[in-house]
Design a protein around this ligand. Sequence first.
Ligand code: C2E
Ligand code: CA
Ligand code: CA
Length: 544
Amino acid sequence: MPVQDSKIGTARRDVIALGIAISAVILFVGTGGSVMPQVIRAWMGWGSPPDVLLANALLLNIALLIFGWRRYNDLHREVAERRIAEERARELAERDALTGCLNRRSGPPAIEALRQSLLGTRREIAVLMIDLDNFKQINDLNGHQMGDTVLVSLAHRLREGLPEGSVVARIGGDEFACAMAFDRDDRADVEARVDQLIRSVSEPVECNQMRVDATVSIGLAQSGADYLQSSDPDGEVLIHRADIAMYHAKKRGRNRFFWFEPQMEDELRFRSELENGIRQGIAADEFVPYYEQQIDLESGKLSGFEMLARWHSPRFGLVSPEVFIPIAEEIDVIGQLSEGLIRRALQDAKEWDPSLSLSVNISPVQLRDPWFAQKLMQLLVESGFPPARLEIEITESCLHENIGAVRSIVTSLKNQGIQISLDDFGTGYSSLAQLRSLPFDRLKIDRSFIAELASETNCRDLVEAIVSLGKGLRLPVTAEGVESSEVLQQLQAMGQLKGQGYLYGRPEDAEATRNRLAAQNLLATAAAPGKARPPVAEPHRKAG
Ligand code: C2E
Ligand code: CA
Ligand code: CA
C-alpha cells in the first residue's frame, strides 16, 4: 500500500476506535449513574439489588471500556512504530550509510530545490564537485578501513566548511556534490570558502595509528541566467558543469579549484576522443617502438638503443608519448600498451648485434602491478632475448610511491639479470638514502640540465656534481639530450659517460634502425665470429 493510503487508513481506524471508546464512556455514565448507587446501597444492606439486566449491561460496558482503551493504545503504538519505520526507510533511501550525507539519488534534487528557493532573490547557488585526488592509492596502500575514515572525515570537513543550509551529497565512491548559496556579485565569498576547504582537507587523517594525507580537486559552477548568456541552468546542468571544471582542476595538477568555462567542454570532448583512440589503437596495433641511439661518449661507439613509443593514429597523425602515456596511465591501459611495445621491441632487438642493449621506459603505474616482474620475464622467455641485454628505466617519481613494493620488483628483476637505470635524474628529489637503498645500475641525468650546458656556465657545475655523485655511488652515468658537439666536448671532459640525443639523430622506427645497423655491419645475422669491431658512430645534427 502506498504510504499516503496507509496513513489515511490508520487515521480512519483511529477515529473509529476513539468513537467506540467515547460511546462506551457515555453509556457507562448513563447506566453507571443509575445502577452504581443501587449496587452500593444493596451491598450496604440498605435496599434491593439492581435489575439483573441493567447490572449485566453495566458489566458489559466496563468490559467494553477496558477493551476499547487497550485497542486504542495498541493502535497508537502501532502507528508510532510505523512512523519510525517509515522515517528510517526514508533515511536509508536518501542518506549515504557511511558518511550520513545525502546520496546519489537525493543529492541532485536537493541542489535543485536550493536553487529554486533562491529564484527571484539576489542570491545564486554555487555547485561544488569535489573529488579526492589519491583515493585509490589510499585504499590500495592503507586498506579500506583507512579509505572509509578518509571519506567520513572529508564529509565532516565539508559540512563544517560550508555555510548553514548548504547541500552536501556523496554521489560516487570518492565524489561529493555540494551546493551553497551566495550573493550573486560575491564570487570571492565562494572562493574564500573553497580555499579554506582545500586547506582543511589537506590536514592529515589518522586511523589505527596511521596518518594519510588526502587532497581534493574542486570544480565550481554558478547558477543564474546572465553569467554565461545561456538560459538559467538547472541543478543537473550545474552538476555537469562543476564536474567538467573539477576534471579541469585535476588536469591542472590537482589540489585546486576552477570555475566552469565553456571551452572546458571542448577540451573534455577532445580528451575523450583521445581516450577512445588509445583504446582502439592498442587493439589495432597502432603503437610502435622507435629507437634512440645510446653512445659511449669516450669511444663514440654505439652501445644500444632506448625504445620510445610513438602512436600512428589515423585520426591525429604521429602522436608523442608525452601526450598519450599520461592518458594511458590514467585510464589504466598503460600495462597493456607497454607490454605490446616491449614484445615488438624484443623481436626487433633480436636482429641487432649481441653487443647492443635495449632500454625500455617503465611507468610508475606498471610498478604498482605485483605481477609486473613475472610479466616482463614472460616476455623475455617468449622472445628468447637475453635478460642481461635488457635495461629498464624508471623515474624518480616511482620511488616516492611505495618504495617497498618497488624494491621487491626491482630486486627480482635484477636477480634475473635485467639492468635498472634511474631516469630523468635530478628532477624528482630522490634522497641519497633512496638512491643507495635500491640496486640501480645507472643514473640518467635529465636532459633539462644537459640542455643548459650550452647556455649557462654555472649549470656545468651542477652536471659535474651529478657526475661525481654517480662516481661516489659507483653508478655509471648517461647524459640525455646531447644536442651539439660543444655540449659533447664538455661532457667528454667530465669522465666516462654514455650519452644520447639529437646530435646522433632523432629516434627512428624499426626499419630505419635496422638499415642503420646493417650499414654499420651491426646486425645479428652478420655477427659472425671474427667480425670487425663495431664502427664509431658518426655524430650528425639532423635525422628522420
Ligand atoms: P625520456 O625517457 O626522457 O626520453 C627521452 C626523450 O627525449 C624522448 O622524447 C626523446 O625523443 C627526447 N630527446 C632525445 N634526444 C633529445 C635532444 O637532444 N633534445 C631534446 N630536446 N629531446 C631529446 P619522446 O620520445 O617524446 O619521449 C618522451 C617521454 O615519454 C620519454 O622521456 C619517456 O618518459 C616517455 N616514454 C616514451 N616511451 C615510453 C614508453 O614506452 N613507456 C613509458 N612509460 N614512457 C615512455
Ligand atoms: Ca627514458
Ligand atoms: Ca629521460
